[in-house]
Design a protein around this ligand. Structure first.
Ligand code: MEZ
Length: 558
């Protein structure tokens, strides 16, 4: 098929797309990229309204993204959504596979100067950038993907925090110590205790910080391994990641923070004394250039979407699907080790028990938290659904077909807004009765009915005698009944760069690397062997704030 430039021939001139200045725009900033597409075609939201398609890429959880994330001018277009979803998606000027990156222009003698470079535009990166900006620093965010948001944008279940105003309003008795204890127990006590304590101690402050920026985290649910309800998410149980990404994007835009997409940091620069002095960037349109800075914050995520690296550390996970966005390849970790950063817990890789079979779509743990049960192909429960992820995943892998069904009713469906998305994506089987559902998913009807009846009795008795599930929020008695087939998938990498409680990167000799900070999934130690659901967004915001504050302090004093 013809690339977009060809499709525009006779309808638009080069200037219509690239502007009329003598110099063709080679801008990788977020603002510059698509304003000319919008000028003719309308905004993403306007395009979304025009389409009647059930699955609409102009109205997705990716938010307000650049047109050029999917539509390329001079090479075949590739819908970014297809990196994760197997849709039959028509896109003008489309190719069969993602376009190979065009080689960037050779090193130009261009150098810019800021106080702080943030690598990665997920929740940790945005948080660090906003915090540093508000502390007076000039900041730039460099993101290698065509869109911002990273894995954070996909985060579903919520953000863990203890002693928040929302918990207090709901009468939930929680404490920093209990969150710390749960985090350590869930992590098999391999966690760095000081980092786990920082996570718990600052969690309520981080919820308040996000709320102050305009986020809604007023709904409080529960994830596996938590002693009480402490997972904060938007009202009605909407997905947390798309919401907070939208809030963080809006706040960064209000502050005019410079964000460059399609831009990859290829090297962290140091002086002779080993002090970090900036980065070298390869921009898709703007070529290679240097940004001099007083501090660099690595917030570029983990490596779950790097199957070779996952298999290197854990050969048993070879070939397993992942719930992660395609940019989660561990580049930030490599940038840190290239300047001497030490690593921690690299082989601790988390498998999430419930990725929809045959896809990369995570079925949030909140579905179980709100009452769904796990049933095997014989129609029987086989595990406490609220156990930690490592245990739930191992139990599913031990079942026939290495998969299971997440079974729930209309009560659970109505309690959690994000379940609607799974219907939208055609992942749900349904039945007017349990018997109908059993026929749809080909499990013995009598066994499924007996399983649900026995579970419901446990709910009535407030005692799950069989599997000791600690929280039984509702019985499954409200038709219709639903099931989603799920399999474990690579979800989170607990290991990464070793950091201090101040988010400074630690070198192999135990000393910190001057001017280098890291936050988020690319760091190791917070979660130990197994991260609790909801602790990831919490980590990105808390350590993003610490990294931003400390980098800004360093920049002020340098
Ligand atoms: O923290 C997570 O990974 C999480 C809450 C995932 C989910 O199941 O929604």
């Amino acid at each position: 098929s013809e690339p977009l430039a060809k499709l525009h021939e006779g309808k638009a001139t080069c200037a219509d797309c690239h502007g009329s200045s003598k110099k063709i725009s080679v801008d990788d900033s977020e603002k510059g990229v698509n304003k000319n597409c919008v000028g003719c075609h309308g905004t993403l939201a306007e395009m979304g309204k025009k389409s009647q398609e059930e699955v609409n890429p102009h109205k997705s959880h990716l938010g307000d993204i650049n047109c050029t994330a999917c539509h390329h001018g001079h090479t075949a277009s590739w819908a970014y959504c297809l990196s994760c979803h197997p849709f039959d998606m028509k896109i003008a000027g489309a190719g069969a596979t993602p376009t190979k990156a065009t080689p960037v222009a050779k090193a130009k003698k261009r150098a810019e100067k800021v106080d702080i470079v943030v690598i990665g535009a997920g929740a940790a990166g945005f948080t660090a950038a906003i915090t540093a900006h508000d502390a007076g620093a000039k900041v730039v965010i460099i993101e290698k993907q065509p869109i911002t948001g990273g894995n954070s944008m996909l985060a579903a279940g919520g953000m863990n925090a203890a002693e928040t105003t929302f918990q207090k309003e709901k009468g939930i008795a929680d404490s920093v110590d209990l969150m710390y204890k749960d985090t350590m127990t869930g992590g098999g006590n391999l966690n760095d205790p000081a980092l786990a304590m920082v996570l718990a101690k600052n969690s309520a402050g981080s919820v308040a910080w996000l709320t102050g920026l305009g986020a809604d985290l007023s709904d409080v649910g529960r994830m596996g391994g938590a002693s009480v309800n402490r997972t904060h998410r938007p009202k009605g149980g909407a997905a947390v990641g798309a919401h907070i990404t939208e809030v963080l994007r809006r706040n960064a835009a209000q502050r005019n923070i410079d964000i460059r997409v399609n831009s990859k940091v290829v090297k962290i620069l140091e002086d002779k004394k080993g002090r970090v002095t900036g980065v070298r960037v390869a921009g898709k349109h703007s070529g290679e250039y240097t940004i001099n800075a007083k501090a660099v914050i690595i917030a570029a995520g983990g490596f779950s979407a790097n199957p070779e690296r996952v298999a290197y550390y854990r050969p048993e996970y070879k070939g397993m699907t992942t719930s992660n966005q395609p940019g989660a390849t561990g580049d930030g970790i490599d940038l840190g080790t290239a300047v001497g950063g030490d690593l921690k817990d690299m082989k601790e890789i988390q498998i999430h028990p419930t990725v929809a079979a045959g896809s990369r779509t995570l079925i949030t743990e909140a579905v179980r938290g709100n009452g769904a049960i796990l049933v095997n192909h014989e129609g029987k429960r086989f595990v406490n659904e609220l156990t930690t992820r490592d245990k739930a995943s191992a139990a599913i892998l031990a079942q026939k077909g290495q998969s299971a069904y997440l079974v729930f009713d209309d009560g659970v469906r109505k309690s959690l807004k994000q379940i609607d998305g799974y219907f939208h994506l055609n992942l749900v089987q349904q039945g007017a009765t349990l018997k109908d559902l059993a026929a749809a998913i080909k499990v013995p009807a009598e066994t499924l009915e007996a399983t649900v009846a026995s579970y419901n009795k446990g709910v009535d008795d407030k005692n799950d005698a069989e599997f000791k599930r600690p929280d039984l929020p509702r019985a499954l008695r409200t038709a219709k009944y639903y099931a989603i087939e799920v399999k474990p998938g690579v979800h989170y990498t607990m290991g990464g760069l070793k950091i201090t409680t101040g988010s400074e990167v630690v070198a192999k000799d135990g000393k910190t690397i001057p001017g280098l900070f890291a936050a988020g999934e690319g760091t190791g130690g917070v979660h130990g062997k197994n991260r609790l659901g909801g602790n990831s967004i919490s980590q990105t915001i808390t350590f993003g704030r610490i990294a931003g504050e400390n980098a800004a302090k360093l920049a002020r004093n340098t």
